[in-house]
Design a protein around this ligand. Structure first.
Ligand SMILES: [Zn+2]
Ligand SMILES: [Zn+2]
Ligand SMILES: [Zn+2]
Length: 261
């Protein structure tokens, strides 16, 4: 990896149920293709300096970190407070141990409130918790900020009625869990090398883009490449990819992509 690149590791690309879904015998849930198996949605970003940022702490964080060989975490960007995006937070204890201190978490106010209700035990001085608890230092995102040496622009998105955050770093943006992008946020998403975007399934959904809606956004923003995530069992990997336009693909668990920083 050259000095000015980021390595993105897709930890999970599944919707909140995960794929295979409990008690489902559909052909995607029963598929032999590992790219049809989707853990809950999250991303790791490795900087050229060797620091690692997570986007969200999905339910299967430990399994994903082990599978993707994520050995450290220096900060966490939270998109929103839904269970599938935060319930793996307890697993960051191991990363506290590795870096020898608290981990910085960045979120909006609503998400921080949710994190404090569920993981209030993680917000105590590091010296007191040893490795028995996760240890977080929460920061409120109110505008552009820096983490792990990267300049980050929050992108307000609509997830049904809820406002959630996407993040832009250089010419890469990650926008999961959204059903609409307000005009002011579309302005923040021009000139992208890579857009990662929610594309739940074929059928419409009140709080997520379906494939058609996600493709409309890609047509308007014209990123060089788009990868879709937060996918249900409605979309078989190979078959769906074969029908997508050039430069647009479904992401899959374990996918690694390098982008300019
Ligand atoms: Zn979700
Ligand atoms: Zn299924
Ligand atoms: Zn959500």
């Amino acid at each position: 990896m050259s000095a000015s690149q980021l390595e993105l590791v897709f930890l999970g690309t599944g919707t909140s149920h995960g794929v295979p879904m409990i008690n489902c015998d559909c052909r995607v849930c029963r598929s032999d293709d590992p790219r049809d198996h989707r853990n809950r949605c999250g991303l790791a970003i490795r900087t050229s300096a060797g620091k690692v940022l997570l986007i969200d702490t999905p339910t299967e964080l430990r399994l994903e970190a082990v599978a993707c060989d994520i050995r450290r975490v220096d900060g966490i960007l939270f998109t929103h407070g839904h269970a599938d995006h935060i319930l793996g937070l307890d697993d960051i204890r191991r990363f506290n141990d590795v870096i020898g201190g608290p981990i910085d978490g960045y979120s909006d106010e609503a998400t921080r409130r949710r994190l404090r209700v569920i993981f209030g035990y993680a917000e105590v001085p590091y010296e007191l918790v040893a490795t028995f608890r996760p240890c977080m230092r929460f920061h409120l995102v109110e505008g552009p900020f820096s983490a792990a040496g990267l300049d980050i622009t929050p992108i307000p998105l609509l997830h049904g009625q809820d406002e959630v955050l996407g993040f832009r770093i250089g010419n890469f943006a990650y926008c999961t869990d959204c059903s609409a992008i307000p005009p002011a946020s579309m302005e923040l998403l021009g000139g992208l090398d890579l857009l990662v975007l929610d594309a739940l399934r074929h059928t419409p959904h009140p709080t997520h883009f379906n494939l058609t809606g996600a493709l409309e956004i890609v047509t308007r923003l014209k990123p060089r490449r788009a990868l879709f995530t937060h996918i249900t069992h409605e979309l078989p990997h190979n078959e769906t990819n074969a029908h997508l336009p050039r430069g647009v693909e479904l992401a899959y668990d374990g996918l690694r992509v390098t982008v300019p920083a």
